[in-house]
Write a protein that binds this ligand. Structure first.
Ligand code: MN
Length: 207
């Protein structure tokens, strides 16, 4: 998925719309993927259409060099390129066959940094609740493998800060409103039941 270049396409969900029930409902998954995510893909392609000099760049390459892009497309790439990239990571971060606890080297790093998985969850939830308005919460790592929890506004990505995404959580209302309405905290608690910790460990350990 990281190798895609213009024109970008909507990556299919790696499971059925209803696969993550009861934690995330089928209707939310359908609108979130087929409508919201698709719109980011369409608008990203629209922004790049008249700029062939960027057609060979991957999404991470574009998002790491936002400040060097022409002014007239910078915001569109930030919002829609970020939207495509973040959602690609988000679908892959969830699974109906969840382990319900971290695995591999990432499990050790989480224990080292936060003391326990429960303490990690509390810190991650706090960051997710603390994001005012729309945005994302992330477990990220830096070049030395040090992990941390950050939050980004809108569709901003950790790539700009040179951080590697390990575990993203979408806290835009469109991610949970149909089932949870204003109860973001319940959405976060339930979401931990479908985290794909294998995938998070792969992102953490790969170069
Ligand atoms: Mn979303």
């Amino acid at each position: 998925m990281k190798k895609q270049t213009y024109p970008f396409t909507l990556i299919p969900l790696p499971y059925d719309y209803e696969a993550l029930e009861p934690y995330i409902d089928k209707e939310t998954m359908y609108y979130h993927h087929d409508k919201h995510h698709q719109a980011y893909v369409n608008n990203l392609n629209k922004a790049l259409a008249d700029h062939p000099e960027y057609h060979s760049m991957t999404l991470p390459e574009l998002l790491k060099s936002l400040s060097s892009l022409p002014k007239e497309i910078q915001t569109a790439i930030r919002n829609n390129g970020g939207g495509v990239y973040n959602h690609n990571l988000f679908w892959a971060a969830m699974t109906p066959q969840a382990s319900n606890k971290p695995v591999g080297r990432l499990a050790a790093a989480i224990d080292d940094k936060y003391g326990s998985y429960n303490d990690f969850k509390a810190a991650y939830k706090k960051a997710a609740l603390g994001r005012f308005g729309s945005g994302w919460t992330w477990l990220v790592s830096d070049k030395t493998g040090n992990i941390s929890i950050i939050s980004t506004a809108n569709q901003d990505t950790p790539l700009e800060a040179n951080l590697k995404p390990i575990l993203p959580l979408d806290v835009w209302e469109h991610a949970y409103y149909l089932k949870y309405q204003n109860r973001r905290g319940d959405y976060i608690d339930n979401w931990f039941n479908i985290v794909d910790w294998q995938q998070a460990d792969i992102l953490y350990t790969e170069n």
